[in-house]
Design a protein around this ligand. Structure first.
Ligand SMILES: [Zn+2]
Length: 288
């Protein structure tokens, strides 16, 4: 009875940073999340075709302990974990380390192997909110070549009806964000962390109906000002998704985010949208 009434929870924003050696702790952690009502976790898996183990960190924020291989080639292990977990894991391909060539061919191969969505991170210059290096400087390509790469990724996602999780700061890159959304009106895209700045991001949400966001990494901000976030979520009831930014072996972080949402005191129907309705619409048919 209690099982039937329990709210379904879908986390649209986790990362992998693990390998086969963590299979045991990952399985135990996922079992504890299942018991808490979590039915699906979208997990971003990196692939790194060309950067060495020092270079790759230019594109990865500090503070996320990587227990997997030093080169961040996570696809094989993530797909294997996904097979073992049935429908619980929803693997999404993290494309930040892609080189500019052959993007559609590469993506087609990963889609056939089982990836069901795409992750990106806009690093057009070194002034990004994460303090990371720019992709053009890292790969020695122009900004135009970088944009062409990203546009190929968006075109592929729109054609194949794949959800995209795209870290991008609406305050600094609002014009590029608008250009993406004008060119790909059917793309379902999640700009996480409230688009980094809620004021700038409101203009995007107001104009483009297929844009979603998530609460990942926002726990301290939400806890320090719950009323303003409650207002924001109530103003955009169909856009905000549950997400945690947890690594796959950190179930305690997912549980902390579940508590965070429950403590917001949202109306039951709105809480259900954040936990499940909005993630389902965002992830789409690929969720099954
Ligand atoms: Zn993230």
């Amino acid at each position: 009875m209690e099982q039937a009434e329990r709210q379904e929870i879908i986390d649209v924003h986790c990362h992998f940073f693990a390998g086969q050696e963590q299979a045991g702790i990952v399985a135990r952690g996922l079992a504890s999340l299942r018991a808490a009502g979590v039915r699906h976790l979208a997990v971003m898996g990196l692939v790194n075709p060309s950067l060495d183990d020092r270079e790759v960190w230019k594109l990865i924020p500090q503070g996320f302990p990587n227990l997997g291989g030093p080169l961040f080639n996570e696809a094989d292990d993530l797909l294997e974990f996904s097979r073992l977990q049935g429908a619980m894991l929803f693997p999404m391909l993290d494309t930040r380390c892609f080189t500019a060539d052959n993007v559609p061919t590469l993506l087609q191969g990963y889609l056939q192997r089982g990836f069901r969505g795409i992750k990106g991170l806009y690093l057009g210059d070194a002034e990004n909110d994460l303090g990371l290096h720019s992709v053009p400087a890292t790969f020695g390509i122009t900004l135009e070549q970088y944009h062409r790469r990203e546009w190929e990724i968006f075109a592929f996602a729109q054609t194949h009806d794949l959800p995209v999780l795209y870290h991008m700061d609406a305050r600094r890159y609002g014009e590029v964000m608008r250009a993406i959304l004008e060119d790909f009106p059917r793309l379902r895209i999640n700009f996480p962390h409230f688009g980094i700045g809620r004021k700038a991001f409101r203009q995007i949400l107001d104009r483009y109906p297929n844009v979603f966001t998530d609460i990942a990494y926002m726990l301290p901000h939400i806890q320090s000002d719950p009323a303003s976030y409650r207002d924001f979520i109530s103003h955009y009831p169909d856009r905000v998704c549950f997400g945690s930014d947890a690594l796959i072996y950190q179930p305690e972080i997912v549980l902390a985010y579940i508590e965070l949402v429950k403590n917001l005191g949202l109306p039951t129907e709105l809480e259900a949208k954040v936990f499940s309705g909005n993630p389902r619409r965002y992830l789409g048919v690929a969720l099954g």
